[in-house]
Design a protein around this ligand. Structure first.
Ligand code: 13P
Length: 459
């Protein structure tokens, strides 16, 4: 016998949505349960709980995510904190003042024609509430360009006690209230970055994976409940080391699978979210891989772990040069021509580095200002062409790739915490998967599954 109970919850799907979008999987689950019952003759009642609720933003979330993932467009990531922006400004001799940060963002958002190639811009909280020098709110400038305003909602990384320097992401406190306020100000999507680290010695620990997957899922749930499309960013970050691309691909697939599992647990609407992952690259001390090899492993990783319902996969550019970011994106389209999602970009450094150097604090409307906007639009256009699989080069700022250049190597770990050394212990018995094999995979899957089930029982 099979009974289905509908439970009214505050999860972000309406019952209609579930019925319409999940009909196939629900029916399959029902079918399986019935067969199992009748073949064993068991009288046990199988209860399948279907979550139901009404999220007034549901249609809007799906439409926004679909729009941002429009083919031929990507995201401009300009959500660096004031401290990080300060370091970037400092590198071109510009003082880190509120006005200079405002001018820099004005240069980006008012670049003529940017909206042809960019569908969303991620902002830091200060920027979301800023206006141009002549008093027009940045959110309105972006909307006029056809660019959806977005907001970084995490508040940075913190060390995880008991690990060898792994991190979790902060920002869940007051998140619902903040999202509500950001929506009122005009933001329509959000970003939360979690960092999972690979080194020569090991991949991320189960604790770090569970903790970060939970944070991403809870954030995505809260963002959707408040009308913001969540960009889920589980960055499997490159550390120094000579491990190969296979290893990055192995750990990326492993991490994304667990993140998707938690997103499912928390009822996150796949059609109303976007993913921001890393491309699969070898360790920083290993020889770099060709775009074809990067694309092969990256496409395989995505095909294995990300549901087709997610409209867009927006890669970050950390660890790649500006030109490499474009070439790898182009190669991805060749490797995966029938991808169900838009394989596209959410680049920060790959769009901003040369733009910033060209600007170097030039006055609004001056030649330096115009030249910098020109570079930004050319870079956005090159990546737009790469998303469409039509990039032929030459690259607007093509330079030899130096994987050891400081700007590319910065691991972007801004930790908001006192020293972690007090808690650090020597790395536990986490073995590297050499070679990553099905037995190792199953063993880790079972361990993590048990931990997740325990968490579910306790919650
Ligand atoms: P990069 O493209 O510079 O890696 O960063 C984008 C970003 O927003 C990471 O969170």
């Amino acid at each position: 016998m099979l009974s289905i109970s509908f439970r009214k919850t505050r999860f972000p799907h309406s019952l209609t949505h579930y019925a319409a979008l999940n009909a196939t999987s629900t029916h399959r689950a029902i079918g399986k349960a019935s067969i199992r019952s009748s073949s064993t003759g068991s009288r046990r009642t199988n209860a399948i709980k279907v979550r139901a609720s009404s999220n007034p933003f549901e249609e809007e979330l799906c439409a926004t995510a679909k729009y941002i993932a429009t083919r031929g467009k990507g995201i401009l990531a300009s959500d660096e904190s004031n401290a990080t922006t300060g370091k970037r400004l400092d590198s071109v001799g510009v003082e880190n003042t509120e006005e200079n940060r405002r001018n820099w963002r004005q240069l980006l958002y008012t670049a003529p024609g940017l909206g042809q190639y960019i569908s969303g811009a991620i902002m830091f909280e200060e920027t979301l509430y800023q206006s141009s020098h002549d008093g027009v709110q940045f959110v309105d400038i972006l909307k006029k360009q056809g660019i959806v305003p977005g907001i970084k909602v995490d508040t940075g990384l913190q060390f995880l006690p008991g690990t060898d320097g792994e991190t979790t992401t902060q920002g869940l406190d007051n998140l619902a209230a903040r999202c509500e306020a950001y929506y009122k100000q005009g933001a329509r999507f959000a970003k939360w970055r979690a960092v999972l680290r690979i080194t020569d010695k090991e991949g991320p620990s189960n604790m770090a994976i569970l903790e970060n997957a939970h944070g991403l899922a809870r954030y995505a749930q809260i963002a959707q409940s408040n009308g913001l499309v969540p960009i889920v960013e589980p960055e499997v970050t490159l550390g120094p080391g000579s491990y190969g691309i296979e290893e990055t691909a192995y750990w990326s697939e492993y991490v994304y699978s667990h993140v998707m599992r938690l997103l499912n647990e928390y009822g996150v609407l796949k059609e109303g979210m976007l993913l921001k992952p890393n491309m699969c690259l070898p360790g920083l001390d290993a020889p770099s891989a060709s775009p074809e090899v990067v694309a092969k492993y990256t496409a395989r990783t995505m095909m294995r772990s990300i549901p087709a319902a997610v409209p867009g996969i927006h890669f970050l550019s950390g660890g790649m040069s500006e030109e490499e970011s474009t070439l790898n994106l182009q190669a991805l389209q060749d490797a995966c021509p029938d991808a169900p999602w838009s394989l596209t970009f959410s680049y920060g450094r790959a769009l901003q580095s040369s733009t910033l150097k060209t600007w170097a604090g030039a006055d609004i409307g001056s030649d330096g200002w115009n030249a910098a906007q020109d570079i930004l639009v050319k870079l956005a256009k090159a990546n737009s062409e790469a998303q469409l699989g039509q990039y032929k080069g030459p690259h607007p700022v093509g330079i030899e790739l130096d994987r050891h250049a400081p700007a590319l190597r910065t691991p972007r770990l801004t930790i908001h915490s006192h020293s972690h050394s007090r808690f650090a212990r020597s790395p536990g018995p986490r073995r590297r998967p050499h070679p990553p094999g099905p037995a190792h995979w199953r063993c880790r899957q079972v361990t993590t599954y048990c931990l997740l089930s325990l968490c579910n029982l306790l919650s």
